[in-house]
Design a protein around this ligand. Structure first.
Ligand code: SF4
Length: 259
């Protein structure tokens, strides 16, 4: 992907929770990190392994990867196997499911200039599968109510709803280094209801740089976190709570009694 969208799918957890963070982040450089590079390497290898398994043309990227190791190899092979199992599942309901790898997904109908890249999308009659590979092991990621996955699903519906008769979306996160495979299914109608309501509303605010600043767990991935006043206030509140004194004095704090 050549450039990042202001309102990208991967940052949607943050800008949905704190809409003005999107414009604020524009002022700060993405410094990148070893972890990010590791993730990019793992994604390249996953793409290659999956294409190999599906008999598609591909070039082995291993030589170019800075962080390639045995663990990454196993993770990528496991991912390819997992996706193949879903393709087989899809074949039970549809003779010729379509498999898209590293597909650009445009959800700008609901989010101004919004797009992202889906690791893998499988389209079969009745069901759309969205699969995302996570190489990180810091935080276990759930597919349930995950806005990144829901945005990818909206992008995929733009491409295929109408051609295929889709009424449900299955979203899967494959996170091998946490031994986590999280799957969540939702009805297409529920997804569209969210898109036309909460999503569109928050996206409009975020695009305009408006709305309330709101600090929380999502600040971890915000480029403005070091200078954000709201976050500083939030941290101060948390610290106050940590150091809250008990209402009564401890023994060693008792005033000395002079007989
Ligand atoms: S640090 Fe948190 S509160 Fe501040 S702009 Fe970023 S997401 Fe919003």
């Amino acid at each position: 992907m050549g450039r990042h969208a202001l309102l990208s799918a991967s940052s949607s957890h943050r800008w949905l929770a704190c809409p003005p963070s999107a414009r604020l982040c524009e002022n700060y450089e993405d410094t990148g990190s070893e972890y990010a590079q590791q993730g990019t390497d793992a994604h390249s290898l996953c793409e290659h392994k999956l294409k190999l398994s599906l008999g598609m043309e591909t070039e082995d990227p291993t030589e170019e990867l800075s962080f390639y190791d045995e663990e990454m190899e196993e993770c990528a092979c496991g991912y390819a196997e997992y996706v193949l199992s879903l393709v087989e599942e899809a074949k039970k309901i549809c003779k010729d499911p379509v498999v898209l790898i590293e597909q650009r997904l445009d959800f700008s109908r609901y989010v101004e200039e919004g797009f992202g890249t889906g690791d893998c999308v499988i389209i079969a009659d009745g069901t759309l599968y969205i699969i995302d590979y996570k190489h990180g092991k810091g935080v276990e990621v759930s597919a349930e109510g995950n806005p990144q996955m829901m945005l990818y699903a909206l992008g995929a519906l733009e491409l295929f709803d109408g051609i295929y008769d889709i009424d449900a979306v299955r979203m899967a996160i494959y996170q091998p280094r946490r031994e986590n495979v999280s799957v969540y299914a939702m009805a297409k109608d529920d997804l569209l209801q969210w898109a036309e309501g909460e999503l569109s509303e928050k996206a409009k605010l975020a695009y305009a740089g408006e709305g309330e600043f709101c600090a929380g767990e999502h600040c971890k991935f915000c480029k403005a976190k070091a200078v954000c006043r709201k976050r500083a206030e939030y941290n101060l509140e948390l610290a106050k709570y940590d150091f809250e004194m008990p209402a009564t004095l401890e023994d060693d704090e008792m005033p000395l009694r002079i007989p």
